[in-house]
Design a protein around this ligand. Sequence first.
Ligand code: FAD
Length: 406
Amino acid sequence: MIYDCLIIGAGAAGLYCASDLLSKSNLKIAIMDSNHQAGKKLLLTGAGRCNFTNSQIDPDNYSSDDPEKLRDILSSYDCNSFLSFAERELGVVADNRDELYYPRTYRANTFVNALVNYLNDHHVTFIFDTAAEDLTSDDGVYVVNGRFRARTVVIATGGMSYPKTGSTGSVIPLIQAVADIKYTVFQPSLVPLTTAEKDAHKISGAKVKCALTLYDHDHSRVLSQSSGELLFTDYGISGICVLDISGHAVRYMAETGKEPVVSADLMPADTHDINCLIIKFPARRIIDSLNGLIRDDLLNIILKRSGVNRDTLCSAVTREQGDRICRNMKDFRFTVTGNKGFDHAQVSSGGICLSSLDEDLRVKGTNGIFICGEALNVDGICGGYNLQFAWSSADRAAGGVLKCLN
Ligand SMILES: Cc1cc2nc3c(=O)[nH]c(=O)nc-3n(C[C@H](O)[C@H](O)[C@H](O)COP(=O)(O)OP(=O)(O)OC[C@H]3O[C@@H](n4cnc5c(N)ncnc54)[C@H](O)[C@@H]3O)c2cc1C
């Protein structure tokens, strides 16, 4: 048997690529996965609710080696293209919370089942419990593991995040055997960060709204910014705003070997003049006059970092001490020492460079090998960005397969 297309990886990108192909053709398609089931990681997305796209996708919120190609891929198959496919072909209706879109059931398994049912209806062959270990070409046909033969191959093996779901970075050795490609080493992204300051570890579990700026090690260059709720942990910091800057921190450390600095503005929208508040309540302890602004446990740390005893009466706090307290509230610093690794990373940065692929996401120098999804050197922030890239890149690769076979 020679398949028209063999898709390696039954994750978000692989399942979607097959569905997209079958909505436009009746090709013979097989999907191979090392797991026993399809969509293992997809089931975990959005805390089991699957935040599958975002109506305000901004290409600038992704990192990649070719922003122009990325912009083109995202704009030619966007949130609306995905939502209408999901409803029309898969029967999955979406619901939204602001710009974030989910299946109306708010259950990821609804969506995975819909994809698998669609593929079964279209007679796709699933080859489970089989890892692709070897890709060769033989007389115009691609051969995987010496026995699965196909006219085209789509590699959708993901990156290296949550390796228990099956993504182990296998795209690189697979493709290197047949083509000369450029790639960037996979690194954890959307990952909690470990930090040096032990005082902040002690308030593990505390959450605070803030604006974050990630600086280089000597605080001279801004690497990234975000805002939202920061979660203190016993090893460092987490929360969506931290995940969103984490890829930049991890890459900076890998490139320079230096520790970047996160500065949290704990009162981003607050114009309170701390010195005015201190003067207003001269007979109060400083801790009591400021705890309407910031939670006690965090305020304790700020006062210690500012060299002011929490029991000092406001009347005894100097202007200079007041300024120091204010600075520590507006610029509460963490030194990033590392990250929690692939086991805790929602995505990986790095992968096969877009520049090694043509417009159809075909590997340059090959007739029919395509790559889509997280295996590519593209990663986005939280909020449906990464799944939207899986859909957009899968659609682009599917278009390439159809052109190639015609
Ligand atoms: C906990 C968590 C929550 C997330 N939440 C969201 C969210 O709400 N919204 C969002 O946009 N993104 C989210 N993401 C990110 C999103 O899940 C990924 O970006 C997306 O799943 C990538 O799709 P993919 O198909 O490229 O890779 P994957 O989904 O990782 O699929 C790759 C598949 O390839 C298989 N495979 C790998 N190597 C081989 C091989 N050699 N042979 C055969 N099979 C192989 C794997 O078993 C796997 O099934 C989340 C990620 C995690 C971990």
